[in-house]
Design a protein around this ligand. Sequence first.
Ligand code: ADP
Ligand code: MG
Length: 280
Amino acid sequence: MTPDLMEAGAQMLAAHRSKTASVVDGGEVYFGQGVALYVEEITVSFDGFRALNKLSLTIDVGELRCIIGPNGAGKTTMMDCITGKTRPDSGTVFFGSNIDLLRLSEPQIAQAGVGRKFQKPTVYEQLSVFENLELALKADRRVRAALFHRLSGEQLDRIAEVLVLIHLKDEARRTAGLLSHGQKQWLEIGMLLMQDPKLLLLDEPVAGMTDEETERTAELFLTLEGQHSLVVVEHDMKFVDQLTQGRKKVTVLHEGSVLAEGLLSEVQANEKVVEVYLGR
Ligand code: ADP
Ligand code: MG
């Protein structure tokens, strides 16, 4: 092998190592600086159209942040970038202060502790509520070895705990396909929780829910706040109001970047926000 080729090979190996280092080497996410998610100037273009335009955003550890904005603002695309589904053309996305998410694959990002809930619930309809949670637990790498073993006491406790959290304790043996739309959404959130994600991304979680289900979902998210960091995209202002409790910051997205950030009452009074989103 020529020295040039060896040099090139060494460089490729080094690049590969730095790409996979954080998660593959067992590196845990580091939250010591209080930041759960750091997004800096990400841009995403689809055929020349900028779905995200230098979007920047920071979520603190344990924070519950609501993101609002008109259809097409780039909210879902932002989540796609955080979870590795879409690669931005430029910019930076860090989980904690040490994990560069743009270097990781979708499964590696999930494994690192980023959970995502899509708009449509995707539960196993033929299985019971309990079995759905059990399966979600076993899909976890760390317990994959236990796939053919009985659940440990600790795992049973965790399932019981999540069943209470998601208001499905009395439905544990019920076939998931028979649940209401709202209950299916909760079950899917429960399945996410089985993996104990540090950061949860929820895209329009109360769409199609009844008022009562919406209120209970807000209660659930408020319970999760602190132990997890949550990013919630939602159009339902009553829900956002319940989540922010008059004291938390919301972010308004418009045309792929942050239009405004502040208390709900502040952004609702912001003229630019009223014009593009809330209507006059
Ligand atoms: P939001 O979730 O805020 O409603 P999206 O992130 O779904 O907005 O979309 C932002 C913009 O990017 C929209 O104009 C949408 O049509 C466009 N877009 C999203 N995904 C794609 C894609 N895969 N190909 C082309 N355009 C896309
Ligand atoms: Mg969307």
